[in-house]
Ligand binder design. Structure first.
Ligand code: HEM
Length: 371
């Protein structure tokens, strides 16, 4: 039976979650948290969503094609080659690379420093809104957060429209969505950018964190990467295990569209339910010792896991639009960083930060040296 927090029912059974995510008409996107930043394919439904999806989806699929693997690898190689041996520098290089890859998918080139600063502001707004979804804000607090959300979108807009190529791309967005009332190409772009960059950087940082915690695993993966073979089972396995253990988006909410019963629970139209991706990933009926981080986890090495129990990118019609690109980025980021740097940690305490994405806390105790 699903558990409850207050009046929020939490689903972490892979079969129940599978039926939720495969029925987007019945379990609808309701992203009250994100809506202060505007609307995009992330937080809309039905025809509105379907039109928005066509603006970006073919770009993501094309950017992830095998023909682009080399150029993604090169972006990370060059980014790390010019970066000092500290976690903060590596984090900056990861953000810069992910922004470059995202903009490149649209034929654009970002201005790294101001774009990174704007993304920091988006994260801060989301962190505040997240907090207010737990603790009811005063009117002044709510208005303050909404004001900052509008301002960060407006500032992003000024930056994008100042570059004629970006402005032309925003026109393409607007042209495709001309039937959507109140469509904002900037909101669409910024929310897609945040979704794409935050998640991939976070995943790579968690892999680094785990490599730092286990020298034996790190050396095995370093040797595998240096061997430069087509197959890299240990690297693939630690990336999967990292996304199982630290899914960048650990929770989702959905709004029930019509009265229904799921997993023995009656749900009413309008009610919010929570999908716990982290709960699905730690469900003991599907994983051996789910609370253990196992860099060579049998279920991944033997490809024997139940697909419904491993959903870092979700599944169903509303699954991640950038799943292939995200996987490619994380793999190339890990290959490049492990070739160039070695990591160590004084302890093995998990410290995290949560603002929509689950990320390692900044100022972590990972020590970095050049190889
Ligand atoms: C490791 C990397 C990534 C992870 C773990 C991840 C995870 C997710 C998850 C769980 C969702 C579903 C959210 C929900 O239903 O509420 C999602 C949606 C989405 N993601 Fe990703 N993502 C990653 C990378 C990316 C990248 C690289 C892009 C774009 C370049 C991207 C674009 C999107 C978009 C556009 C959606 C909304 C899909 C829709 O409903 O139309 N993501 N992602």
């Amino acid at each position: 039976m699903p558990r409850e927090i207050g009046n929020l029912v939490i689903f972490d059974d892979p079969v129940a979650v599978d039926s939720i995510v495969k029925a987007p008409d019945l379990f609808r996107k309701n992203f009250s948290l994100i809506s202060a930043l505007g609307f995009s394919r992330f937080n809309t439904n039905d025809e509105d969503w379907a039109v928005r999806r066509t603006i970006t989806q073919d770009r993501y699929l094309s950017a992830a094609k095998p023909a682009h693997e080399q150029s993604v690898a090169e972006i990370y190689r060059v980014g790390f080659a010019g970066c000092g041996a500290s976690l903060a520098n590596i984090q900056r290089a990861l953000f810069a690379a992910a922004m470059n890859i995202f903009y490149k998918a649209f034929g654009l080139v970002p201005e790294i420093a101001p774009t990174a600063e704007l993304l920091d502001r988006v994260r801060e707004v989301l962190r505040r809104l997240q907090y207010y979804s737990w603790v009811t804000p005063t009117n002044a607090e709510r208005n303050g957060a909404i004001h900052e959300a509008h301002k960060v979108i407006a500032d992003f807009g000024s930056q994008l429209m100042a570059d004629p190529r970006s402005a032309a791309e925003m026109n393409r967005f607007a042209e495709k969505a001309r039937d959507i009332d109140g469509f904002s190409p900037i909101e669409e772009f910024v929310m897609n950018l945040f979704a794409g960059v935050e998640t991939t950087v976070t995943t790579a940082l968690w892999v680094i964190d785990r490599l730092g915690a286990n020298q034996q695993v790190q050396e095995r993966i370093h040797a595998e990467i240096l061997a430069d073979r087509a197959e890299t089972p240990f690297t693939d396995c630690i990336i999967n295990e990292t996304m199982r253990y630290f899914p960048p988006i650990p929770f989702l909410t959905r709004e029930v569209g019509a009265d229904t019963v799921l997993d023995g629970r009656t749900l009413r139209a309008g009610q919010l339910v929570m999908v716990s991706i982290v709960g699905v990933h730690q469900n003991p009926a599907y994983w051996e010792s789910p609370r253990t981080f196992d860099a060579s986890r049998k279920e991944f090495m033997e490809d024997s896991f139940d697909r419904r129990a491993f959903i870092p990118f979700l599944t169903g019609p509303r699954m991640c639009g950038g799943a292939r690109l995200g996987r490619l980025e994380v793999k190339e980021a890990v290959r490049a960083v492990v070739r160039q740097f070695a990591f160590s940690r004084a302890d093995d305490v998990i410290r995290f930060d949560y603002a929509l994405a689950l990320r390692p806390a900044s100022g972590l105790s990972v020590r970095v040296s050049r190889r």
